[in-house]
Design a protein around this ligand. Structure first.
Ligand code: AMP
Ligand code: ZN
Length: 468
């Protein structure tokens, strides 16, 4: 298995610290709003990477945090006249719902920054004791000049950066000894959440959160650290500085970064009006379409979001599901008995697609090419497993297809909710009542469904329903 390591800027063979096990940390979202489709990209690509490693037999300890104390959360709380806890709890809940919709497995741990403050105070204390950090009037800074390896991840020319920063005096941070020094602890401001610390009441800087949560849940040295490419500098560079200086050992062996998602070839931004939350998209598409769309590009290539590409992902998903449904139908209703020799050869060939799929994924999580292998398998199944096939052959090929789809987090055979049948039967009763011009009964059924959170939509293709 090869992984492109941002630290070395090349593909490296993956060797875990402990054979058979992987420790992986993925920087999670700041929870001040619904997550947007840009945030969904690292969630989907690294969840797929994790599923693949599990498919290969690794036990993956996967940690992804929620940043629940931050200026944006404080701003949202002030605007709504509520507490930061109310804002962050609400959007963590909503984020978990979106993750479920995108079929992202829950992390082994989802730590929250506000519940890890004592660990942060301890690590900042260690950095001060070891001479890597200093305090000025209630603010603690990391001293970047003390860390001889600072800059090794982002490959930046630090002298250029320093002179660039010099002209930019950051308000409230002008007591820094060096323009590249960054905040580990900041004093409280009126109306902001705060914690007691040896440096007075205040709150942690953003970077220290991840160093502490990675240490607590995964250990001092971890296998893989991942996130979006915007985090390479300064966030990940600063995490490395904090962790290596505090713990005295290397921090992460492999650094993986996804490229950005753009919209109609422009950077997604609220002010340009081209900003979509995952929830917005879920009103128009099954979130499995979004997942398939994200996996159709290599994670290190920029990806452009457009209606056209989403429509094409929708067709692709349907193609997989139609093939899976057909195989399932044959597996249930096909011919009984043993497979013929010709069928055994077909099944062997179908199984061969697993190795081809793995080969693509082994090459730095190449989901785009792996997905192409799935479509080749769909074509192969459509032309080789047809009417007259045995149940055994259809089931065997279906197992191969669902195994590969599972790795990608694509649900080939969506379960029909049992509730659906109940709703469908009420809808039928309502249709019958309308036909009989019994509008009172029809309206009563509509109200009954609404009370259960189901809204009926009369469309050209018949009556549809959605949850409200
Ligand atoms: P944030 O909440 O801004 O800290 O972002 C959470 C994660 O989403 C980080 O890994 C970011 O790098 C990633 N991210 C944010 N915007 C985008 C985008 N447009 N495309 C891809 N990843 C993004
Ligand atoms: Zn982080």
């Amino acid at each position: 298995m090869k992984i492109f390591n941002t630290a070395s800027m090349r593909k490296e063979e993956f060797v875990p610290i402990t054979p058979g096990k992987i420790t992986m940390y993925v920087c999670g979202p700041t929870v001040y709003n619904f997550i947007h489709i840009g945030n969904a990209r690292p969630m989907i690509v690294f969840d797929t990477f994790r599923r693949y490693m599990e498919h290969k037999g690794y036990e993956v300890n996967y940690v992804s945090n929620f940043t629940d104390v931050d200026d944006k959360i404080i701003k949202a709380a002030i605007e709504e006249g509520t507490t930061t806890t109310e804002i962050s709890e609400r959007y963590i809940r909503e984020c978990l719902k979106d993750m479920e919709g995108m079929n992202i497995e829950p992390a082994t741990y989802h730590p929250r920054a506000t519940q890890e403050i004592s660990g942060m105070i301890a690590m900042i204390g260690t950095l001060i004791d070891k001479g890597y950090a200093y305090e000025k009037n209630g603010t603690v800074y990391f001293s970047t000049r003390k860390d001889k390896n600072y800059g090794e991840l982002s490959h930046k020319n630090l002298d250029d950066l320093r002179s660039g920063f010099r002209s930019l005096k950051v308000s409230g941070e002008d007591e820094k000894e060096d323009p590249l020094d960054f905040v580990l602890w900041k004093p409280k401001k009126e109306g902001e959440p705060y914690w007691e610390s040896p440096w007075g009441q205040g709150r942690p800087g953003w970077h220290i959160e991840c160093s502490v949560m990675a240490k607590r849940y995964l250990g001092d040295t971890i296998d893989i650290h991942a996130g979006g490419e915007d985090l390479i500098f300064p966030h990940h560079e600063n995490e490395i500085a904090q962790s290596t200086c505090a713990n005295g050992v290397p921090f992460a062996h492999y650094w993986m970064h996804n490229a950005f998602l753009n919209i109609d070839n422009k950077k997604m931004s609220k002010s340009l009006g081209n900003f979509f939350t995952v929830r917005d998209i879920s009103r128009k598409y099954d979130l499995q379409v979004l997942r398939l769309f994200m996996l159709s590009a290599h994670y290190r290539s920029p990806l452009n979001f457009s209606d056209k590409l989403m429509e094409s992902a929708k067709v692709s998903l349907e193609r997989i599901r139609t093939a899976a449904e057909h195989l399932k139908d044959l597996a249930e209703n096909g011919k009984g008995g043993e497979m013929t020799d010709a069928e055994k050869a077909v099944l062997d060939e179908a199984k061969g697609y697993i190795a081809r799929f793995d080969e693509k994924m082994d090459d730095d999580n190449n989901t785009a090419d792996a997905l192409s292998v799935v479509f080749e398998l769909v074509r192969f199944a459509n032309s080789n497993v047809t009417e007259g096939a045995t149940k055994a052959l259809a089931q065997g090929v279906l197992d191969v297809l669902t195994e590969l789809c599972d790795v990608l987090g694509i649900i080939a055979l969506p379960k029909k909710e049992s509730l659906d049948d109940e709703i469908e039967s009420l809808i039928e009763k309502r249709q019958a009542a309308r036909k009989a011009r019994d509008f009172a009964t029809a309206d009563r059924i509509r109200d009954e469904l609404r009370a259960q959170g189901i809204e009926l939509l009369d469309t050209k293709e018949g009556v549809k329903w959605k949850r409200i």
